[in-house]
Design a protein around this ligand. Sequence first.
Ligand code: ANZ
Length: 849
Amino acid sequence: DGASDTYAIQAKWQRRWAEADPFRAGGDDDTRPRKYVLGMFPYPSGDMHMGHAENYAYVDTVARFWRHRGYNVLNPIGWDSFGLPAENAAIQRGADPREWTYANIAQQKASLQHFGTSYDWSRVLHTSDPEYYRWNQWLFQRLYERGLAYRKASPVNWCPKDQTVLANEQVVDGRCERCGTEVVKKKLTQWYFKITDYADRLLDDLNQLEGFWPQKVIRMQRNWIGRSVGADIDFEIEGRAEKVTVFSTRPDTLHGATFFVVAPDSDLAAELASGASAEVRMRFQDYLERVQKETDIERQSTDRPKTGVFLDRYAINPVNGERLPVWAADYVLADYGHGAVMAVPAHDQRDLDFARAFDLPVKVVVDTTAPVTGAIPVIELDEQGVPIDPGSAEPDLTDLDPARTGVALTGDGRLVNSGPLDGLSKRNAIARVIEQLEAAGTGRAAKSYRLRDWLISRQRFWGTPIPMVHTEDGRIVPVPDEELPLRLPDAHGLDLAPKGTSPLGGATEWMQTVDPETGEPALRDPDTMDTFVDSSWYFLRFLAANDPAEAFPSREADRWAPVDAYIGGVEHAILHLLYARFITKVLFDMGLISFTEPFSSLINQGMVLLSGSKMSKSKGNLVEFASSMVDPGADAVRIAIAFAGPVEDDIDWEDVSTTGAQKFLARALRVARDVASPTDVAWKDGDAALRRVTHHLWADAPGLVEHTKFNVVVARLMELVNATRKVIDSGAGAADPAVREAAEAIAMVLDLFAPHTAEEMWEILGYEPFVGLVPWRQADPTLLVEESVTAVVQIDGKVRGTLTVPARVSADELEALARTDEKVVRALAGRAITRAVVRAPKVVSFTTS
Ligand code: ANZ
């Protein structure tokens, strides 16, 4: 029966693939062009669910496609096997994180093999193997040598539940990305990677990914890096020797500054307050305590009433000597720009809200009613650079006065009340004021970024030990390369429970070492690395996963990398992709690779939902990968996934039918079994209509796969199976050469989605394995000539025109043709179409208002 057929076929081909290893990437002697196809590697927490199934099905489709197109394909698999879940499971169950991790890996590996994936299994890597994490340590040392790994004391994100620090990227809406606990700030000394040195390149290089990465991901990366362009301006503070610098994107508004604000939690605020009266000091202390309990999100919210404390100090505006009262207010953040701002309430909404709350002056310096585009008046300057006759009479801005309306004038316009800048547009004024500041030595062009350095220390056990030694006299010395890997100690006997300090600190023997330079006793660093370090370069390790001498040979990187198609979930839109891009640029600067972007194209698949909500263990709505395959078999699950909709859309597993997929596969198999002509039959003698369907598939499938329209390819396969069946049952019969031609095409293309069935068909059709390695055929252009049909166009129920269109016209195309047809346009006589119903290729029906 069908089911046992399915199991037998599945087991047979999995055995043959395991024996012959046909999908191993070709070596040096392979002259085919190369493609590197990669799925984001799995994390071994329990068994996988349908989200994984979807991801690895798509990866396999892409890998198989390029093999059929004549490429030498590298499609490796490995495990991202360090991290918190293993440690938490260990704490809960008293199990060793190592045992838990490797047992899960074994289970996941079996699931992937049962799925019929075509990996190169000779390159498997696990990031928790010393053979892998040794190279994380090597990478750390290289970054350290280049000044890109450094230690600093700074307020960090702290998860009170996981008892560890988090990178900025791991804080989502003020909460721990993993457990959802509200994150607090804690001042700690930690290791950082200096990703901010690469901010400009990380931003600018996104341009080259335009069109190859999803637009949404590019936008998210741009926003995350958040580059602002403007000026740094130095302000004198009365009674303070050193000047204070502020960053502003609107230095053109400098003449409109009416007060000055510092972040309450900055060192500067504390220092300024300490010089003030006892009363100010007290009010500042109270305020600071309140602010320290707020999240950054709350502080930046625009609809909270503004709060602050006057520090009884004054800053001096460098362009006009005006005295500006200095306030501490929470809407200024300590770690953006320089933690201080010049406040221009007329042109900045936050400053205006604050000015209105505390009754501070508002001074308009940009006339936003004045035109800036079109014919720009030429402004003549006198010897001092002051414009002669800046234009018309004083503008009347009373209607727009921000002090009354509460609306800041943020638009472009012409400068007023700004001395030498009067009459200039915003852009020209910015350029001019920067020139003036630079000449006076009180300011300069500057950029500011939202991006922060990457905090990589973690106070957890199951990660890569940081390869640094702390000497008795307070030096920090790298562990020499020859001593790597610095292995994790045995977890037995260690207290892994979160307690705010690293469990490794309790490994007394392990902690004891010697200063590599002097031989004196020293201590190891008890922290481990963020596991995002592991995944920031793993795609390179696959190129020589078993190489004991190098992280990766440059020669292999030249051959294979960057990755041609990277496939995974959009949840990695920022963190992982940003870190991988950063490390790639560092390795490029080290001269180890010759490319600067790791992933030439990126495919994000949608999520698999159940009854409309995301599958998760906690909701109890998880469909497990392994059990999903038991009944219908791997091929039916894969067909069902591919057919469920466009790759980037979410799939609701509720709506997915594996029964329909099983029936389709049985029909395809039966077509192959029915073929009654020999392999050398002359196709050209076959049924012309069926041949056309086959050749249209050959013509269209490559483009459809390249544009990840897998669901359309499956639909076209179904169409071809049906057309073939028709000829077998009612046409020239099973001996028609077109039936064989179609059956062979079905096997070759079906291999993308249902490889076991495809191999079986191929064998039944009289060929040697493996269909997975067979080059696809070319369409015969003479068979692609379109048949045409007549379509009628109705307007409000009456036939108003006819069109001659290709029989395969799409609904969209047909509607567009109808809308632009001369007769139809005339019949519409200018009336708007309110509804269009299209049944391609025959009818278009318009309703007008
Ligand atoms: C004066 C000014 C006038 C500003 C004006 C804006 C409009 P983005 O675009 O986000 O980079 N700023 C600078 N440092 C800040 C900090 N630590 N916390 C809060 N705000 C800060 O914003 C840059 C602008 O945000 C800067 O330009 C500064 O206000 C403010 F009509 O300077 B501006």
